[in-house]
Design a binder for this molecule. Structure first.
Ligand SMILES: C[S@@+](CC[C@H](N)C(=O)[O-])C[C@H]1O[C@@H](n2cnc3c(N)ncnc32)[C@H](O)[C@@H]1O
Length: 207
């Protein structure tokens, strides 16, 4: 199976319908990530087939769970899940933040090359970030434990907003340590095509 066939089958298995041109942009993003990775070590996953499942399809599995118009991807690294999300949902305004400038240099390059007008890139620590408006959704993958995630980003979420934490096994211990001003409103076991490991999307909201 080619990478394109794997992506097409994975998108169908997730039950997603993507806008015209999205698949080509996802593949172009993967190629760019592979190219920069050789120099900047943006992700440990390098094999093309695994990059489709671990990066693109894993990120796309969260697409049905967005509400509102604005999204912040915290500790975005090489753009995951934010760039696949911005490609799949051009109706959302997606902001990526990372504290490491060489990573955000890549993100800015991806924004320009893929012509992603709904993508914003911020260099800095999320706890210091003071945007003009708060976000409807704050998401992260492989950023921190749940308590740190909500604590560092509390000032950035709208009162009606939701946090989405992309996790492997159901993080019962992390949930037990959450502060009393936040509650888990849902958790979704996700099946990601080509990924053998367990994946969960934890939805949190301010109390
Ligand atoms: C393990 S990487 C995960 C990258 C990406 N989300 C993924 O799933 O591939 C965590 C990222 O968080 C960034 N980071 C760590 N602490 C941060 C902070 N306080 N504010 C913003 N970014 C931070 C790091 O620079 C790193 O790129």
């Amino acid at each position: 199976m080619t990478v394109e066939q794997q992506l097409t089958a994975g998108i169908a298995a997730l039950g997603l319908t993507l806008p015209e041109g999205a698949k080509a942009k996802l593949l172009a993003y993967l190629a760019l990530l592979g190219k920069w990775n050789r120099v900047h070590n943006l992700t440990a996953v390098r094999d093309a087939e695994r990059m489709v499942s671990h990066h693109l399809l894993d990120s796309l599995a969260a697409v049905p769970f967005f509400q509102g118009e604005t999204v912040l991807d915290v500790g975005s690294g090489g753009g995951l899940p934010g760039i696949p999300l911005a490609i799949a949902r051009p109706d959302l305004q997606v902001t990526l933040i990372d504290s490491v400038a060489k990573k955000t240099a890549f993100l800015l390059q991806a924004k320009a090359e893929l012509v992603l007008s709904n993508l914003n890139v911020i260099t800095g620590r999320v706890e210091d970030y003071q945007p003009n408006a708060r976000f409807d959704v704050i998401i992260s993958r492989a950023f921190s434990d749940l308590k740190e995630f909500v604590t560092l980003t509390r000032h950035l979420l709208k009162p009606t907003g939701r946090w989405l934490a992309m996790k492997g096994l159901m993080p019962h211990e992390e949930i037990a340590l959450l502060p009393d001003w936040v509650k888990v409103s849902a958790n979704h076991a996700l099946v990601v095509p080509g990924l053998e490991v367990s994946r969960h999307l934890i939805v949190l909201e301010p109390v």
